[in-house]
Design a protein around this ligand. Sequence first.
Ligand SMILES: Nc1ncnc2c1ncn2[C@@H]1O[C@H](COP(=O)(O)OP(=O)(O)OP(=O)(O)O)[C@@H](O)[C@H]1O
Ligand SMILES: [Mg+2]
Length: 262
Amino acid sequence: MTPPALEVLGLGVTYGGVTAVSDVSFSVAEGEILGLIGPNGAGKTTTIDALTGFAPHRGVVRVHGVDVSGEPPHGRVRAGLVRTWQAVELFEDLTVAEHLEVAEPSAGVRDVVADILRPGRRVADRGAVGSADAALLDRLGLQDVAGELVTDLPQGIQKLVGVARALASRPRVLLLDEPAAGLDADESRTFGKLLRSLVDEGRSVVLVDHDVELVMATCDRVVVLDFGSVIASGAPSEIRGDLRVQEAYLGLASGRTEDESA
Ligand SMILES: Nc1ncnc2c1ncn2[C@@H]1O[C@H](COP(=O)(O)OP(=O)(O)OP(=O)(O)O)[C@@H](O)[C@H]1O
Ligand SMILES: [Mg+2]
C-alpha cells in the first residue's frame, strides 16, 4: 500500500513549562489539501515548526514513508517537506524573481551566500527570468511585479512571494502558515483554486489559515486544534457542524472573547 504523503504520529512540543502541542496525529494523502485550524495560540504554527524541524519535538514524522523525525530542517526540505512563514520572512533587497532563483534546488549554497553578501551582483540580470520561474510567477499572478523589490509590495503580495519561493524548491508536501492573510475575498478564492491545481499535480498541502471560508471551500479534510490538542477532524461539512469546534474556534461559548477566537 502507498504510504501517505505526510504522516504525523504523537507529535508533541514543550516550551519550558508550556505544552504547545500535545499528542497530535494526522496524515495527508498525495493530492490532498488538509486544513489545520484553531484559535490563536492553539498550536498551528508550532505544529508546522515541529514538522519542518524548527522546533524540537516528540513523535514521528514521515514524508512519503520516510521517517524524517531526526532530520534537521534542510534534511526535511530534501525529503520534500517545505513551509512558508506566518510572518513574512523575505530578503529585503531581492526582487520577487530573485526570491525564486535562490530557492531553487539547483541554486548551490555558494550562490545563496553570494546573493546575501553581494545582493547587487545580479542587478544586470534583473528582469531575465528563467522559464520555470516565469511559469511559477505567472501562476501566482506575480509576473507584473517580478522585477520589484519585495519591500515595495503590499503584505498580501509578499505572502504570495513566500508561497512562490516555497514552490520553487519543488516540494512534495507544502505547509502554508496563513498564506491568505492580506488577500481580499476574490484573491483568496483565486488562491484556493491555485492550491487545488497544485495538489492535482500530485503535491499535498497543509493549509493553516484564519480565513474559515477559504479553508472550508478549499480543503478535503480539516483538523482542528485547541490548546495544542486535536479536538476534531473530518470533512469541512462535519467540522462546521461540530459543537466542540464551534465553542473552541468560533468562541460561541465559554467566555472566550471575539478577539481571541479571530
Ligand atoms: N518559541 C516559543 N517559546 C515559548 N512558547 C511558545 C513559542 N512559540 C509558541 N509558543 C506558545 O505555544 C502555544 C502555541 O502557539 P502557536 O504560535 O503555535 O499558535 P497558533 O495556533 O499558530 O496561533 P496564531 O493563530 O495566533 O498564529 C502558545 O501558547 C504560544 O504562546
Ligand atoms: Mg500561528
